[in-house]
Design a protein around this ligand. Sequence first.
Ligand code: NAD
Length: 368
Amino acid sequence: MTDGFQYCDELGPEKIIEIYDPSSQLKAVLVVDNVALGPSIGGVRMAPDVTVEECRRLARAMTLKNAAAGIPHGGGKSVIVGDPAMPADYKEKLIRSFANSIEQIKDYIPGPDMGTDEVAMAWVRDEIGRAAGLPREVGGIPLDEIGITGFGVTVAVEVAQDFCDIRLDGARIAVQGFGSVGKHAARFLAERGARLVAASDSRGCCWNEDGLDVQALIAFKDAGNSVAEFAGGAALDRDALLDVECEIWIPAARPDVLTVDNIDRLKARIVAQGANIPATLEAERMLAERGVLVLPDFIANAGGVICAAVEWMNGTESQALLAVEEKIRANMHEVLTIARDDRKLPREAALEMAQNRVRQAMSFRRNY
Ligand code: NAD
């Protein structure tokens, strides 16, 4: 028995494949965790320090995220050892070599992740005819351009209105990380009557109690500026965003930004998680005790993976938006209902829902 088997449990992983190609010097790992719901879908991450263990954990996270999202896909993930900023021609060679190495693993559909992008997915598809998250020119739905994850976060907040006394119309929002997820969440929420009072990026924060002009701020940020330099608001320190008076706080930047050490500063009544794991479990518990509604990441930010699944089925942009709306609305409602009725954290309810869906799908498979 090898070390890898020590992690096997009732869900997986089904395959852990370590790849080395002497001709390209490719070193990579592919984990197919569980395919009961359908062929696994998950990103290709490139970083210098990725490990088998990281890949295994990310693949399990995809099993649960895809099940929670309600898409007909299991979970998988792959990692390539390398600096994503390597020379472009060598990066293309490595990605193409990786694609050929996984060609026969038909129950894994690669998508973009940290260190790879839609162009890399176009190379993968060129080699093996299989990838999601493609450029528009080859049938992809450009999810960051249309802001589909931010749209999904907005749908999640709409559902949350039924579970607390906050109304979107007139609510003050603060967005941490005014990037692909954050700026579009702000835009969609503003269209529904909310007022963006503060936004931050890696360089600082801007604040205006009367409301920031969202379209103008997006244009300013897209031109390469920091939100802190925006003339329509006052500049604050980056982390002052935590202290801003608001009803809805949206983390859309880094993991673990809300911890037991800073959670007392947060004034909001709803935390809508655009980023992945932006709060520690202890911080989420403390928020629940204070009556703050936390909309868990893998339900609220599932817009991207739902969009990839629609693209994989040759669907259109409008079908993707409809799927995100329907699925996040239904899933968020189910999770918040269970959390309220069973007195659980929304994250615990979401995990339980996802695990049950995987188990049910597994019950239809051959039982040896
Ligand atoms: P992005 O790079 O487009 O934007 C991130 C923004 O956060 C940037 O403006 C950056 O300046 C800012 N930032 C970085 N560190 C910060 C800090 N300490 N304080 C405040 N701002 C900071 O990235 P993105 O695609 O918007 O992703 C954001 C988060 O959402 C990540 O956790 C990502 O994993 C998660 N996510 C993204 C998607 C998607 O569709 N893009 C889907 C699901 C989850």
